[in-house]
Design a protein around this ligand. Structure first.
Ligand SMILES: [Zn+2]
Length: 76
């Protein structure tokens, strides 16, 4: 990831439509979808898994994906 563009611009509206922007994530859901509880900064799936989310390098990621990304692309 050498030439990743900087993400200083505010997020485009709509990019936070999904609770987690990783399409392979279990939390790639919209708040309000069937089986999803929560609002704002947290969500709970039907199986009881609860997580929060926050912006990481311009992507809105749940805690699970944020941890994975930090492992794969550790900050200096
Ligand atoms: Zn995720």
């Amino acid at each position: 990831m050498a030439a990743e563009p900087l993400h200083f611009a505010p997020p485009v509206r709509g990019s936070s439509e999904f609770f987690c922007s990783n399409p392979r994530c279990r939390f790639h859901v919209r708040v309000g979808d069937p089986g999803v509880e929560g609002f704002g900064d947290w969500a709970r799936l039907a199986d009881g898994t609860t997580t929060s989310h926050h912006w990481v390098d311009g992507d809105l990621l749940c805690d699970l994906c944020a941890q994975r990304r930090n492992r794969e692309y550790p900050r200096r």
